[in-house]
Design a protein around this ligand. Structure first.
Ligand code: SAM
Ligand code: SF4
Length: 330
């Protein structure tokens, strides 16, 4: 018997994003500080706890789960967890966001485990710039990973690019061309003010409308009303039927009215909105009631009534939320 979840504003919640680790092999400038302290093992959810929560949310009507992090593919046992979650009756799709660094080895096992789609982050096609943005990343390894994913049989692969003035705005057209040549989708994301990463965010802010203007210089844009169950708006380009170009614009276009998601941090905090601090501590309940889901269900239900109506990001208002993206599950 599958339930359904609604928040206090009548929004239907059927999408859960789960962070499976706060760790990562990269240190992207917009996501982490150079020196990071990661959580001790006992504070993060075990694979069994992650599975228990996934099953509980699917039982409450969640149709789509995205595993993210940190870098989900650095968590040991991730492929087995994917296999278990993908098999939950009632779940329509299990998807993942990854930085691509481990895909040469893991793309095929993930596809075989039942992961339907991948989002792969790619901010630059120039090795030195890629390294500067990720601080540790090797571009070729990620490009090989993208190729391995293309061969592995996912239903769809989307690239994610955080557009930043002075860092990669001059590569917008190259990145679009890269995606089109491979029949991939690509989404450009406005940088969000999460965590103190040691610099002012306003410096590098580059709006989705500026990205769109750059694309319009080379391609004929066809507006599209397509939705992927996420916050992105899409366009298509004349002559390229396979690829969609998306924009995630928390600053310039507010998408809260149709929000259908909640997030679970790697510590088991259920975050009701990316732009607010209010959350529900599910880890304590998981550990206090190992055999009884009812206290968890009650806490989730009560929490949803407190899901905020909207976030309040602005790009000149620097740090409003003190968590880092890697602990939140981007
Ligand atoms: N490590 C994986 C990756 O990089 O794809 C998954 C986790 S990462 C936090 C998820 C997405 O969030 C990535 O596409 C990343 O570019 C994006 N991201 C991280 N920090 C961000 C920020 N401050 N603003 C906007 N997007 C951000
Ligand atoms: Fe790691 Fe992803 Fe954050 Fe980059 S954006 S530091 S790859 S978690």
């Amino acid at each position: 018997m599958h339930g359904s979840m609604q928040d206090g504003f009548g929004r239907h919640i059927d999408y859960l994003r789960m962070s499976v680790t706060d760790r990562c092999d990269f240190r992207c400038v917009y996501c982490m500080a150079e020196e990071m302290t990661f959580l001790p093992r006992e504070q993060i959810l075990s694979l069994e706890e992650l599975y228990r929560l996934a099953a509980l949310f699917v039982g409450q009507g969640v149709k789509k789960i995205r595993l993210t992090g940190g870098e989900p593919l650095v968590r040991r046992g991730i492929v087995g967890l994917c296999e278990q979650i993908a098999a939950l009756p009632g779940l329509r799709e299990l998807v993942m966001t990854t930085n691509g660094s481990q895909l040469v080895k893991l793309a095929k096992p993930l596809a075989d485990a039942g992961v339907k789609r991948l989002n792969i982050s790619l901010d630059s096609l120039q090795a030195d710039k890629f390294h500067a943005i990720t601080r540790t990343g090797d571009l070729q390894q990620v490009l090989d990973g993208i190729e391995a994913a293309r061969q592995a049989g996912f239903e769809r692969i989307k690239l994610n690019t955080v557009a930043m003035a002075g860092r990669n705005e001059d590569e917008v057209l190259d990145l679009v061309e890269f995606a089109l040549a491979r029949d991939l989708d690509i989404t450009f994301i406005e940088e969000m003010p999460l965590g103190d990463v040691g610099r002012s965010r306003g410096e590098s802010f580059f709006a989705s409308d500026q990205v769109r203007d750059l694309i319009a210089e080379r391609y004929s844009i066809i507006d599209s009303a397509e939705q992927s169950g996420g916050p992105a708006r899409y366009i298509r380009l004349e002559g390229f039927a396979q690829s969609r170009i998306g924009f995630i614009s928390p600053h310039s276009h507010n998408f809260c009215a149709t929000c259908n998601r909640v997030r679970l941090t790697v510590e088991g905090r259920l975050l009701l909105c990316l732009g607010h601090e209010n959350s529900v501590d599910l880890r304590a309940l998981l550990r206090r009631y190992p055999e009884n889901d009812q206290p968890l269900l009650d806490a989730v239900g009560a929490g949803l009534q407190r899901k905020p109506e909207r976030h309040e990001f602005t790009h000149d208002n620097d740090i409003q939320v003190v968590r880092f993206m890697n602990a939140t599950g981007g």
